[in-house]
Design a protein around this ligand. Structure first.
Ligand code: URA
Length: 230
C-alpha cells in the first residue's frame, strides 16, 4: 500500500474511533489525541496517554516530554515527520493520572488498527504502561534498550524496542542518560531486525550491543494468561 493510501485509511480509522471509542475518558477530555506523523513509518512510538498540552492541541507529545523526544530523534538524524507517534490511551486521564486497565482496553482496537495499517518494522514502547500492555510480565528496568519480538493474535508477529518514558527520564539524571544511550541504539536495533527477521520465529530479546545474543524470554506461559484481545 502506498503512503497516500495509508494516510487516507489512517484518517478513516481515526474518524471512526473518534465517533465510536467506548473509553470513558472522552467525557472529561477536551478531544481525542489519535496520533501524529508518517502513516508509512518504519517506527511507531507508543507512549502512555495524552497530557494537558496534548489534550489542548490534539497531538501526542507536544509538551516537555515531546521536546525531549524530538531532540533525541534529531540525535539519530530523524524528525517527528519520519515516525508515527501515538499512545495506548487516546484521551487525557483527569489530572494526568495513570490510565486504568479498562481505559487501555477500550482504546486497544483503535491502536491495533493503527499498527496493522502502518505496519512498522519496529514499535518503540515508551515507558512501563506501553511495555506492560504488550509484555505484562516484563519490567522496563530489565528490558529497556532491548529488541523484543512477540506474536499476537490480532497483530501477528511484531518487533518492539523498549525505552524509559521521556517524561520520567526528563528530570532524573541517571534515567535520562540511560534513555539517551538506548535511543542512540535505535538505528542499530533496526539494522539487527532486518538481519534477524527471517532467522527467528520465537519470542526473543536482542540487545543492539550484541547482535548474536538471542534469549528466550519464556513468554508462552505468561502470554496464556493474557486474556482480553491479545
Ligand atoms: N506522555 C505520553 O505518554 N504521551 C503523550 O502524548 C504526552 C506525554
Amino acid at each position: 500500500m502506498d503512503r497516500e493510501t495509508k494516510e487516507k485509511k489512517l484518517k478513516e480509522i481515526d474518524e471512526h474511533w473518534i465517533k465510536d471509542c467506548p473509553c470513558v475518558l472522552r467525557e472529561t477530555a477536551t478531544q481525542a489525541v489519535p496520533g501524529d506523523g508518517n502513516a508509512d513509518a518504519d517506527i511507531v512510538f507508543i507512549g502512555e496517554a495524552p497530557g494537558r498540552n496534548e489534550d489542548i492541541q490534539g497531538k501526542p507529545f507536544v509538551g516537555a516530554a515531546g521536546k525531549f523526544l524530538a531532540e533525541m530523534l534529531a540525535g539519530i538524524g530523524m524528525e517527528r515527520k519520519d515516525v508515527y507517534i501515538t499512545n495506548v490511551v487516546k484521551y487525557r486521564p483527569p489530572g494526568n493520572r495513570d490510565p486504568l486497565l479498562d481505559e487501555i482496553r477500550d482504546c486497544q482496537t483503535w491502536l491495533e488498527e493503527q499498527i496493522l495499517l502502518i505496519d512498522p518494522k519496529m514499535i518503540i514502547l515508551l515507558g512501563r504502561h506501553a511495555l506492560e500492555h504488550f509484555f505484562p510480565e516484563e519490567k522496563i528496568s530489565r528490558v529497556h534498550g532491548k529488541v523484543l519480538r512477540r506474536s499476537f493474535h490480532e497483530l501477528g508477529e511484531k518487533n518492539f524496542y523498549a525505552l524509559y518514558h521521556p517524561a520520567a527520564a526528563l528530570y532524573n539524571g541517571s534515567m535520562r542518560s540511560v534513555l539517551i544511550e538506548d535511543f542512540k541504539k535505535i538505528p542499530k536495533a533496526l539494522m539487527i531486525l532486518d538481519e534477524t527477521m527471517n532467522e527467528t520465529r520465537t519470542n526473543t530479546t536482542v540487545s543492539p550491543d550484541s547482535a548474536q545474543e538471542l534469549k528466550e524470554t519464556g513468554n508462552h506461559k505468561k502470554r496464556a494468561r493474557r486474556a482480553p484481545l491479545f
